[in-house]
Design a binder for this molecule. Sequence first.
Ligand code: PYC
Length: 309
Amino acid sequence: MKVVDSHTAGEPTRVIVDGGPDLGGGTLGAQLERFKQEHDDIRTRVILEPRGSDALVGALLCDPVESDSVAGVIFFNNAGYLGMCGHGMMGLVVTLYHLGKIGLGVHKIDTAVGAVMVTLHDQNSVSIENVPSYCYRESVEISVKGLGLVTGDIAWGGNWFFLVQGIPVALKLENVASLTRLAKEVKRALASQGITGAEGQEIDHIEFFSAPLSVDANSRNFVLCPGGAYDRSPCGTGTSAKLACLAAKEKLGPEETWVQESVIGSTFSARYSILSKDRIIPTISSQAFICAESTLVVQSGDPFRDGIQ
Ligand code: PYC
């Protein structure tokens, strides 16, 4: 299997460019379901140690579904499958350019949750127009072990997020272990108190916010991903969820710039346009860099051929 690795603001993406599973066509939602049911060993082989790591997001390059799209993609990680992934989409776009499959300019890419318009400005600089995003519930109170009463918003940005401002631990790299523990408690509390996305979906991303460290940013975040790893980037879908909440509270106007800083200090620049009364279209910009072009090998007798589970 041939893969190309990149990172977007520090968060890694591995694109399967050749030798991936044959998912037989149809919508990307149907192909994702077939991937999950029939080829989950490929997900674990690509993502888990010893070939991958918990932080890695995988992207299976697929044929486009819509006639004017340049590619399709299915995202996955150490825990399962993602409808959309912002940093991963930027990684995919620089990968397609690196492989000579697209040029600079505007392109459309199909995902399992809808088509996404992307603009490649130069070999590393990408903007993505994310899927419609919205704030589902504001100021939801939950009781969390180790934190007490916590108030947060629930929003969709291509994945489900619980967004909390003001955690009593600084959003710094040296606090990642404590932040991860607290975010897991928040996730557990949401599940045990029956708090879900709009149609009962699990809220599988937890996002903490604080004031930024850089004078050029508006906010700093820490994002817990579904498999327990933290996002090294400011999280594309998480930044989209944040914009949806800011828009709902009239704290950021259409086309105003919001700079979101990650827990490692990398940034995404973001803005939105209005789609309808309660839906926005976020545009997220950053840089992604190619790190490796590799062939994943499985030797006969390897007890960890499908990853360390
Ligand atoms: O950038 O949307 C994102 C993302 C989701 C999980 C990790 N990164």
